[in-house]
Structures are given as C-alpha cells and as structure tokens.
Ligand binder design. Structure first.
Ligand code: NAD
Length: 495
C-alpha cells in the first residue's frame, strides 16, 4: 500500500490527509489488479470543516468582481488544456471509457469553462419600467452562498466542471464531493483551480461515502444550495433532505433514452447513432440510447445492419487506440448489467448478440461485458423501463410513428430522445410531443454543447437546467431593486 498514494482532501487551500484512517482502493476496471490510488473515507467532521471554510471564504469571493472571477476561470481552462493528455489518461484508467471519449469529455469541460468564463463579463440583470415617475427598477444576480456539489463517476471531469465553473463564476464558494471510485480526476481538477489562483477556501474537495460526506453536505444548514447528479434513488433523498432546510436543490438523475427510427430514415446514419449512442462509454451515460424504437416495416433490415456493425466492434482496454468500448466501471456495475441481461432473457426478449461477461485472455482481469442486443422487447418489460447503465440495447418494434412516440414517452424518465427521419412534419411533431429535456433529430441522444441548457424532466430532473446561460438560474439569486428619486412621499395606490 505504501508506494500507492492515498489522495488528500483539499480544504482552505491545503491538501490534507483524512484523519479517518479508512480508505477504499481505486482500481483500473480494465486491469483489476492495478490499484491506482486509495480514496479516503473522510469523516463528517472533515466535511463540516470544509463547509465552515467555504462559509468563511464566501463574503470576500462574493465581492470579487465577476470579470475577475472569469479571468481565473480562463486561466484554469488554459491549464486544463495543457494537461489534457494527463487528465484523459487518468480518466480512462479509473473510469474505463476509451481514451478518445476521455479526451472528448475533457474538450466538453474546456468548452464549458470557456463559455462560463465569458459570462463573467455579462452575468446580466435587467431593467424594468416602473408604473411610477422617477422610479428605477432593476435586478441584479447575486451568489447564493456556500454550495455543495455531489457528482457521479461516469463523467468525472465534465460534470464537476459544469457545476464548479458556474458556481464559482457566480461568486459562490464550493464543497465538492466526487464519487469515491473516480478520485484522481477530481484531484486533478482541483489542482488546476488551485494553480489558476483561486483563493483558499473558495473551492474545497472532500472525499468519502455518500452516507457520510454526501449526507453532511445535504443536511448542513450552512450549505445554501446542492447540485447533485446521480441515481434517482439517491437524488430523491438529496432533494427531500436539502429542501427541508430551504437549500436550493438541483438534481439530474437517470435516463432511459429512446432512439426512434422511422421507415423513411437514412438507416446507415441511424445504425451509427444507435451503436454510438448505445455502446459508447460502455452505455454508462445518462443519455445512452438504451431503447431503439423502430417501425415494423424496416425493423428486420435495421436489426441486421446493427448486427453487422457490431461484428467489428472491439471491446478492450480503453488505453489502446483500437478499442471501441471499455469495461464497466466496477464489479457492482458489471453485476447490475449481467442481472438485467438475465431479466431480459427471463422476460422472453430475444437475445440476438452478446449477453456475457468476457473473461478470457486480455479480458481476464477486467469488468468486460459484451455489447448486447435484445430484439422483440416490449415497452413494458423491465429492460425497456429501467436504467441498466451498461452496453445493452433493447429493440422495440412498433407499427407506426404514433406508437413510437407513445413507447418513447412510456417510461418514468425524461432526459433525452432522438428521432431518425427525413419527414420534417414528423420530426417537428416529435419535438413538440417528446416528454424529455432534450431532443435530437437525426443524431443520437447523447452529449450536449456548453452554451445550451442540459437536463431532464419527469423522474430525471429536479430544479433548473445545467449549462448554457440557464445554469445561472440555479447558481444565482435575483435581487429586485427599486430606486425612487422623486424625493417625495409616494402618492396613490400602496401595494
Ligand atoms: P449515485 O446516485 O450512486 O451517486 C452519485 C453521488 O451521490 C456519488 O458521489 C455518491 O457518493 C453520492 N451519494 C450516495 N449516497 C448519498 C447520500 N445518501 N447523500 C448524498 N450523496 C450521496 O450515482 P452513480 O452510480 O455515481 O452515477 C450513475 C447515475 O448517475 C445514473 O443513474 C446516471 O443516469 C446518473 N447520471 C445522470 C446525469 C444527468 O445529467 N441526468 C449525468 C450523469 C449520470
């Protein structure tokens, strides 16, 4: 254990070893005998200390002009750009996604930093006409205070950045709790903010379990806002607990995203979208295309084309350039995926390809599962309803466009949806009627651009959207100001 580092908390500008003495091993999911580091299971007292520090740092950070905060963020962006190879390799090693995807994720983080830093020169309020003479009404945006950011493992760079960047830019201070299984990327992000010159106490990092550190952040009355991304189960608890003490809460949670293929679609394009959307990042995306909903008349052709495309889809270590898909992130996640494959078989969905753990040769020491394709999945089956979060695509055959939309909407989640068609009228009807926060026409449901809002409805999302200018709906309070320069007592109606 001695030569492998135990990562440290970052509190008040110092890297401090946790006093808990308890750690968990962070292993490479492609080579499970490779321990990358140990993650401390910090104590609640350490979280309380970080929260107290964030509270103390708030007044001075709040009064730092927003354009100056933006300048620091630009600096952090440049540092991340310089370190992209190093951060990408760390991401692939601890999360498992292939290096190309890791770099893509970091590029997304860079775009978010660029966009958000520029907002330091805007962060606009508005002017409002008054019904009274010589009265000026305007609004200003102010930070909400110390904020807790709780993040999942599947986008361990982009998600923390899309929370930390706007939180800090708006003048809030932060206590960041990453997932325990992706500690190195979290460390590298915070190192970059430190090197950029963010003042001590403004950004704090505490490693540890959800039940200790997460719970403290959510329930501590000095935390004025909680932005959470993760599972519905945890998110719903976070929401109910944090809102009890009137903290502002934002939760982005699970998805079960449909990709509809209509009979006039460009099938080659649709197949690429389905494979990339369903198996990219090993299906461990909240926006993964886990349901392919297809019109009966073209279903056989589409399925044959998908099977052909899967023939040369290479599973392996994400560090190797020839790999298309890496391992599941850990044993738990792999077992969940295998459990759902069994459930699908038990539900009499037709397993066309995949379905097994890979254990031979190169795969012997990793959490690799074959890309898996089920056909004749009914919209009501569990594999069509529940989030699997792995490389499993369910093909659902429907008779027409209306049935496709009904199937797409017939789940508890509402994150992202996509439709492949050349029929503009059907595309626009789908845009109007899809019960989701984000629609893609002729591209898979994954991803999102920095300047556009991101998030879901129904069981997926609580609170305002992330990213884009909408992100500041969460990270700022609006203050309305009335300035009366009549110099006289107000006459007439008093409201
Ligand atoms: P998770 O809910 O298990 O954990 C998320 C975070 O919450 C972790 O940091 C965890 O330690 C913490 N946590 C756990 N229990 C807690 C508690 N009681 N109080 C406070 N915090 C607690 O999720 P995960 O397995 O890390 O991530 C996968 C999930 O995230 C999937 O459901 C996926 O769809 C979702 N996700 C959603 C989006 C989105 O934007 N909608 C993006 C990425 C991932």
């Amino acid at each position: 254990m001695s030569s492998i580092q135990t990562v440290k908390n970052y509190i008040n500008g110092k890297w401090i070893a946790s006093s808990s003495g308890k750690t968990t091993a962070n292993t490479n999911p492609a080579h499970t005998d490779e321990v990358l580091c140990y993650t401390p299971l910090s104590t609640k007292e350490e979280a309380q200390e970080a929260i107290a520090v964030a509270k103390a740092a708030f007044p001075s950070w709040k009064s730092t002009p927003a354009p100056q905060r933006g300048k620091l963020l630009f600096k952090a962006m440049h540092l991340l750009q310089e370190r992209i190879e190093d951060v990408a390799a760390a991401l692939t090693k601890e999360e498992g996604k292939i290096l190309r995807e890791a770099k893509g994720e970091i590029q997304r983080a860079l775009n978010i930093m660029e966009y958000t830093a520029g907002e330091g020169r805007r962060l606009k309020g508005s002017t409002i006409p008054s019904e009274l003479p010589n009265t000026f009404i305007y609004t200003i945006r102010q930070p909400i205070g110390p904020i807790g950011l709780i993040t999942p493992w599947n986008f361990p760079v982009a998600i923390p950045i899309w929370k930390i960047a706007p939180a800090l830019l708006a003048g809030n201070t932060v206590v960041f709790k990453p997932a325990t299984i992706t500690p190195i990327t979290a460390q590298k992000i915070v190192e970059i903010f430190e090197a950029a010159g963010f003042p001590a106490g403004v950004l704090n990092l505490v490693y540890g379990s959800g039940s200790a550190i997460g719970d403290e952040i959510v329930n501590n009355h000095n935390i004025h806002g909680v932005s959470f991304t993760g599972s519905c189960e945890v998110g719903n608890t976070v929401y109910s607990q944090a809102s009890r003490h009137n903290a502002r809460v934002q939760c982005e949670m699970g998805g079960k995203n449909p990709l509809i293929v209509l009979n006039d679609a460009d099938l080659k394009l649709a197949v690429e979208g389905a494979i990339q959307g369903g198996f990219g990042s090993t299906g461990q995306r909240c926006t993964a295309a886990s349901r392919v909903i297809v019109e009966d008349s073209i279903a056989d052709t589409l399925v044959d084309m998908m099977l052909m495309r899967m023939e040369n889809f290479k599973v392996g270590d994400g560090m190797k350039p020839e790999t298309d898909m890496g391992p599941c992130v850990d044993e738990n996640q792999m077992n969940t995926v295998l459990k759902y494959i069994d459930i699908g078989k038990g539900e009499n969905a037709r397993l066309l390809k995949g379905g097994k753990r890979l254990t031979e040769g190169l795969y012997a020491k990793g959490y690799f599962v074959e890309p898996t394709l089920f056909d004749y999945v009914l919209p009501t089956m569990r594999i069509a309803q529940e989030e699997i979060f792995g490389p499993v695509i369910s093909v659902i055959r429907v008779k027409d466009f209306e049935a496709a939309v009904a199937a797409a909407n017939g789940v508890q989640f509402g994150l992202s949806a996509s439709l492949y068609t050349n029929d503009l009228s059907k595309a626009m009807k789908f845009v109007d009627n899809a019960d989701v926060g984000k629609v893609h026409v002729n591209s898979p449901p994954i991803g999102g651009e920095a300047q556009a809002p991101f998030g879901g409805i129904k069981a997926t999302g609580i609170g305002p959207r992330e990213c884009g200018s909408e992100t500041f709906e969460f990270y700022t309070e609006i203050k309305t100001v009335y300035v009366d320069y009549t110099g006289k007592k107000r006459e007439g109606n008093i409201y």
